[in-house]
Design a protein around this ligand. Structure first.
Ligand code: UFG
Length: 328
């Protein structure tokens, strides 16, 4: 298939684009490189530097079969500080993309949604029928896009799948031997932050130790980026005209911030020191997924656990710092 991957120079979009290309698809990435990196694009993938608002139509061309849509701002804390940035880029950008798709006659989309649409859950694990009450503008903007996709499916015959990711971690080694992993600047995500500190021997701040959880720190459900990418390939095959499906994607197990740090110490052999800080605005206490729906509909199952994620992320961190040291 001929596929457009928006945001494919970012962490998750980059891994999905690589896996799609390795599966034999013809893949183009549209990315403005505001947070992505040109060298995070697989060599078999074409990169167009541009925005959803101005360049989606040209990037789609005349014969694209489907879009995988990742391009978005994605930081919970930043969205609380600057909500307009999230509404404008995430919802506004997606509306521009959907209009370009209609003009180009492209009727299939897989969308990168998030567990942040649920907010503080009433029950755990979270199913797709749980109430959606986002606690951050980030989650609210993604929920608005899920709603838009449902409307476009009903009104314009779009075939859409929203994948609601829980906490994505790990790295992917492509058949070329290259590693694709997480690198943000500044880095706010827990695992790369902890591993970065392991590398530089700085200390990690825990954002809140007074949550109503067994050890007082937030509990999250971590999913390996390679398992997540496999779900996108399955979802692509499940898009059908006038249909909008929603699937949660997680491993179904919760780990606290302290447990993740302990696992990082274990994998790296480094003595990572911590400091206890205040809560971060917009963080729900516990987010754990039920992925039963995608398992039963599409046969998806997680194959890698938290230790695998940390081991792969650590390998990526070390490969990158070796490359930087060697000036490559
Ligand atoms: N945390 C720390 N110290 C750090 C970094 C993070 O204590 O240095 C804490 C956070 O406050 C949170 C937990 O670790 O309690 C996980 O934080 P992340 O920033 O790694 O991830 P989030 O849970 O905030 O968000 C991620 C994605 C969102 C997605 C969400 C769904 O970034 O896009 O998972 O669960 F919506």
């Amino acid at each position: 298939m001929k596929l457009l991957v928006t945001g494919g120079a970012g962490y998750i979009g980059g891994v999905v684009a690589a896996k799609l290309a390795e599966a034999g698809h013809e893949v183009t990435v549209l990315d403005d490189l505001s947070t992505g990196h040109a060298d995070a694009v697989h060599p078999a993938v074409t990169l167009i530097r541009g925005s959803l608002r101005h360049d989606a139509k040209a990037a789609l061309g005349g014969d694209t079969d489907a879009v995988l849509h990742f391009a978005a701002h994605s930081l919970v804390g930043e969205s609380v500080a600057d909500p307009a940035k999230y509404w404008s880029n995430n919802l506004g950008g997606t509306l521009a993309l959907l209009n370009a798709m209609r003009e180009a006659g492209v009727r299939r989309i897989v969308f990168s949604s998030t567990a942040a649409v649920y907010g503080e859950p009433e029950a755990t694990p979270i199913t797709e029928t749980a109430p959606t009450r986002p606690t951050s503008p980030y989650g609210a903007s993604k929920l608005a896009i899920d709603t838009t996709l449902a409307e476009y499916a009903r009104m314009h015959g779009l075939g859409a799948v929203s994948l609601r990711y829980f906490n994505v971690a790990g790295a992917y080694q492509a058949a070329t031997g290259d590693w694709f992993g997480e690198r943000h600047d500044p880095e706010t995500h827990l695992i790369p932050n902890v591993l970065g500190r392991g590398e530089t021997r700085g200390s990690v701040r825990i954002n809140g130790v007074d949550y109503p959880t067994p050890d007082g720190t937030c509990v999250r459900d971590y999913i390996h980026v390679s398992d997540l990418a496999d779900a996108h390939l399955l979802a692509l095959g499940a898009t059908e005209p006038e249909g909008h499906r929603v699937y949660n994607l997680g491993n179904g197990a919760g780990f606290s911030v302290r447990q993740v740090i302990d696992a990082c110490r274990d994998v790296t052999g480094r003595d990572i020191t911590v400091e206890e800080g205040p809560r971060r605005a917009g963080d729900p206490a516990v987010l754990v997924a039920s992925s039963a729906r995608i398992s039963s509909d599409l046969g998806w199952h997680a194959t890698r656990d938290l230790r695998d994620m940390i081991a792969d992320a650590w390998r990526f961190v070390q490969e990158r710092s070796a490359r930087v040291r060697a000036g490559r």
